[in-house]
Structure formats: structure tokens, C-alpha cells
Design a protein around this ligand. Sequence first.
Ligand code: GCO
Length: 254
Amino acid sequence: MKELFRVDDRVILITGASRGIGFAMAEALAEYGAHVILNARDENALREKVRALTERNLKATYQVFDVNDFEAGKNALRRIVGEFGHLYGLINNAGIQFRSPILDFSNEDFELVLRTNLTSCFSLSREAIRLMKNNGGGRIINTVSMLGPQARPTVPAYISAKEGLRALTRALAVEVGADGILVNAIAPGYIATELNTALLEDQEFSEWVISKTPLARWGQSHELGGGAVFLMSDAGSFVSGQVLSIDGGMSIQV
Ligand code: GCO
């Protein structure tokens, strides 16, 4: 049974992996045998995170690119296949957040969030699928959000993008399943990451999160790792087009 969750030697690219949820997913996958490739824009941060994994004899390297530079992402995938011979998995985790009342929310900011949190996932997934098809299949996980089906004020672009990413997950799953490519999403709740520092420091907001969460606490990044291992492993071999909520139950509490 324990082999069910191994991902030995599966080459998996995780975007936005220099910190938070992305690094937590990469660390968990590496602990279960994967060769993880961490992506971010900050090479120094990536070098430090990869060193933290390789010092534990885990298999990790990095690729520096901005997910909004679609050609750079395509070239990074080519380098990965050139170096490792194949690409098994992609986790589209990189994302940004803008919070502002809608009347102050510019078109430019809205478009930047949609490009970063949705369009870049489409572009990188298309190029990854091109490679996975030649390798007998693979896995894609999109980091969506509890927000999407649920909403709150001041984050219209993020909600729109993450709901769109749920839809893209289904759109890809139906199109590439016959190629042995499984596409799913993980929907974090409120996790104590740098993206949410402003919210964690807002006592009223933080207490609201705790009151609306059955587990009565914020989540921790490492609590997202198990879901990534499940969906990248043989344990998830018949799961596609699905959203795995890792939110302490918040999405189901009125
Ligand atoms: C916010 C937060 C959320 C969380 C998470 C909740 O401003 O409400 O940034 O978007 O990050 O996505 O599921």
C-alpha cells in the first residue's frame, strides 16, 4: 500500500515554488521520491530553496522564468525534457493578488491578475501537454482557491481568475484524458503564507477566517503537500477534472 503514494523519479515542475504553498508542494513531492523543479522569478531564493532540499538528499533543481513570459516558460520546459528526457508533472501554482475596492480597481491590474493567474496556466499547460503526450501521459495540478464559487469584496480579479482556472481544469481534463494526462485542481482555504501577510496581521479579518472555518484556524503551507502527492501518485490514477479542497472545511460552512 505504501508504494501507492510514491512518485519516484517523476520529473515535476512547480511554478511559484520559492516560498509558501508552491515550495510546500515541491518539498512533499521530493520527500516521496520525485525530482522536483522549482520555478520562480527570484534566482537567489530558488537557489536557497533547492539547497534546502538537496542537503536532505532530495532531488531538486530550478528553472528561473516569469510565468507571464510565455516563450520563457516554453523554453524552460524544453530544457527540462532535454536534461531529464521527460516531463511527468506540472503544478501551475504561481499567482498574484491585488486587493482594492472595485471603483479603484484598474483595467490594467485586472488584466495582470487574469494573465498571471489564468492565461499563463493555459499557456504552460498547453506546452506541457505537448511534451506529456510524447511520454505516455502525465499529471497537471492547478492551484485554484476556495474563492471562486465563494466570494468576498475587494478581490474581483483574483476570484474571476481562480474560478476560470477551475473551468480550465475541466476543459483540459476532457481534452487530454485519452492521452493519459490527468488534470486536477487544489483549492486552498486561508493559508498562513506571505501572500496573506496583510490579512494575518488584520486581527478582525483573521478572527473572521477562524470563525468561518470548522477547524477554527488558518492552514499551514505544509498541509497542502499531501494533496499534491496524492494527485501526482498512483493513488490518484483515476482522478481527473476534480477540485480537492484543502481549507479546514471553510467552503462548506454558512
Ligand atoms: C484574500 C486571500 C485569499 C486566499 C485564498 C483563499 O485576499 O481573500 O488572498 O485569496 O489567498 O485564495 O482561498
